[in-house]
Design a binder for this molecule. Structure first.
Ligand SMILES: Cc1cc2nc3c(=O)[nH]c(=O)nc-3n(C[C@H](O)[C@H](O)[C@H](O)COP(=O)(O)OP(=O)(O)OC[C@H]3O[C@@H](n4cnc5c(N)ncnc54)[C@H](O)[C@@H]3O)c2cc1C
Length: 571
């Protein structure tokens, strides 16, 4: 079995991983970056959400200096905490507000160019594979260091002994196990978009980091909160942002019928939904804006979908205020002529707001284990636009510094195959699996059910259905799985992780009997501050999940701020 050794192991190849690797290296640590697929090639397995080329521009939320007119720190902090509806961790939001300007400065010094300084926008660049340059630029910095980069490294588990993380193990693309011993491990594995049939996330984002951390004894929290947004389903995927379309949308089902009105409560109008959606730009679904998402999904589930599993949307008047032609041109580059054709759109999972519970140094509750980026939870029930990319830089950088420090105090043990027996057994079992369903087929069925039951709106019934499906799927993994080619072994491990994370989301969403921000329960449609000003933490003992309620903002004394509609942009 291949074994490696390093001071700081960074798992992942997105913006959080690259930031963490650079800072750990600058602190003098020997660094190793292990990523599935290829490192930093947009559109290829391994690229991560950071470089998924589905938009025409990206943003990082900026914060001005104290006392400045634009984005003063205390106002941004207040907006973040309010957007999170009491569920964001104010201490971690404070770190973001204090440090995102440093992160932007570092990126600029590495060569990033931001188009607008007010929101640090980054237009899609054809030379960067249709995405922005954050990963490409940081990859070049990493390549100039002695960092060891391991590609096609599918990490599956963390190695924890006596409460201390000593490394991680996984399988390569041929299904062969390997082991990496490390003084500290930083998980930068992104989110769990691949749990859903429709997602902005690339295929490698299968929630591995959440599942690995959970099995290793770390807490997750806020896992019921996920952002969602619109994207086209044909002929290519492209994000659709509705913020410049305040007039009611012309949304039609496959039969050409306008349907939004059929989904509205009697006191809500199409105009109100359109206005709110535009205001909650681009991917918040709170308040009456949720009805747009409900309506689209409802038509599809009712069997009135377009041939490409969406609904028709008239975007002929869609444009960006600051650069009117940018959006139509981008859509044209994706093969979509918005001026002359109706487009087919669907609700997609965008990002997961919760994740591994971290402190201000990105440290999880497990000694030597860090988490940064989307896998590290700090956002609340909703979030501001531009805080995920910025947060990946801020918390990735912090994780690298602290991990380099912690790595020095590692215990003097030499790990070997005896420490990863369960991985070796599981890989061997998968390799022999000779049922009738390759893991990709199992994944598609799981994604369909999870999209139907967990995204947009949930009810006790939909959550029960999801729960039952996951239980049956674990059984199917035991007897129906077929490993047809070596690369299927890694996909089978991903499937196991998707099930573990699905279970967490289901139980957290089931426990939270109210609607708050991105978590909408149609059987409990109101926010309930009397009973639900609390976060849900999840840990795992053996095969059992433990849910506990604790409020991270208790000392902050959050109170809902009416009039928060002025907050823009939302993410
Ligand atoms: C289309 C799109 C547009 C977005 N626009 C914005 C925006 O404008 N502003 C904003 O703030 N946010 C935006 N977001 C969200 C933001 O991009 C992500 O939340 C953020 O980039 C996540 O960065 P990350 O480094 O944590 O994870 P990712 O970039 O997703 O990287 C995760 C990495 O880990 C690797 N990995 C996963 N599991 C394993 C494993 N088991 N072993 C080895 N490697 C593994 C993956 O292959 C990948 O390289 C957008 C997201 C998408 C998808």
């Amino acid at each position: 079995m291949k074994t490696y050794e390093t001071d700081v192991l960074v798992v992942g190849g997105g913006g959080a991983a690259t930031a963490a690797t650079i800072s750990a290296h600058e602190c003098g640590a020997r660094t190793m970056l292990a990523v599935k697929g290829e490192f930093g090639v947009p559109g290829k397995r391994g690229a991560g959400a950071t470089s998924n080329p589905l938009g025409d521009f990206w943003t990082i939320r900026t914060v001005g200096p104290k006392g400045s007119f634009f984005n003063p720190p205390d106002a941004v902090l207040a907006d973040m905490v309010q957007a999170g509806l009491g569920m964001a961790d104010p201490a971690l939001c404070r770190v973001f507000v204090d440090e995102v300007s440093h992160a932007l400065k570092r990126l600029s010094e590495m060569g990033m160019r931001f188009k607008s300084k007010m929101l640090a926008t980054m237009p899609a660049d054809a030379k960067a594979g249709g995405t922005h340059g954050i990963v490409a630029i940081q990859k070049a910095v990493i390549e100039a260091t002695k960092t060891v980069v391991i590609e096609e490294a599918n990490l599956t588990d963390l190695i924890v002994q006596d409460g201390r993380c000593l490394g991680a193990c996984g399988v390569d693309d041929l299904g062969n196990p390997f082991l990496i011993q490390a003084g500290a491990v930083i998980l930068a594995t992104g989110g769990v978009g691949q749990l859903f049939k429709h997602s902005f996330n690339p295929p490698g984002n299968t929630g591995d980091g959440y599942a690995m951390a959970l099995r290793a004894g770390a807490d997750l929290f806020n896992m019921e909160f996920m952002q969602q947004g619109l994207a086209t389903t044909w002929p290519n995927q492209a994000m659709v942002m509705l913020y410049e379309m305040k007039e009611p949308y012309r949304l039609l089902n496959a039969a050409g019928k306008a349907f939004l009105g059929d989904y509205l409560p009697s006191d809500v109008t199409c105009e109100e939904v359109s206005n709110l959606k535009a205001y909650h730009w681009p991917v918040s679904c709170r308040d009456a804006a949720i009805h747009l998402d409900r309506a689209i999904k409802g038509e599809v589930l009712a069997g009135r979908a377009t041939p490409s599993d969406g609904v028709f949307l008239d975007l002929s008047r869609g444009e960006r205020g600051f650069e009117a032609d940018m959006f139509p041109k981008f859509m044209m580059s994706r093969g979509i002529d918005i001026r002359n054709d109706l487009v087919q759109v669907q609700i997609h999972h965008h990002t997961s707001n919760g994740g591994i519970r971290i402190d201000t140094n990105s440290h999880s509750g497990v000694q030597g284990l860090f988490a940064a980026g989307e896998v590290g939870g700090w956002q609340g029930a909703d979030r501001l636009g531009g805080t995920m990319l910025g947060g990946s830089q801020v918390f990735g950088w912090r994780a690298g510094i602290k991990a380099a420090e912690v790595a020095v105090s590692r215990p003097n043990v030499a790990l070997g195959p005896q420490d990863v027996e369960s991985l070796i057994e599981a890989a061997a079992r998968f390799k022999e699996a000779s049922g009738d369903s390759p893991p990709n087929v199992l994944r598609r069925a799981l994604q369909q059910v999870m999209w139907e039951t967990l995204l947009v709106e949930k009810t006790e019934q939909s959550l029960d259905r999801a729960r039952q499906f996951v239980a049956q799927e674990r059984d199917r993994m035991g007897h129906s799985l077929r490993i047809a080619e070596p690369a299927d072994v890694a996909i089978a491990f991903e499937h196991r992780n998707l099930l573990d994370v699905a279970e967490v989301i289901i139980e957290a969403a089931s426990m939270r009997k109210e609607s708050r921000g991105s978590h909408y329960r149609s059987d409990y449609p109101q926010i309930d501050n009397d009973n639900w000003l609390t976060n849900i933490f999840i840990s795992r003992k053996g095969n059992d999940l433990h849910l506990r309620r604790e409020w991270v903002a208790a000392s902050h004394g959050w109170q809902d701020q009416p009039g928060d509609i002025r907050i823009r942009p939302w993410g």
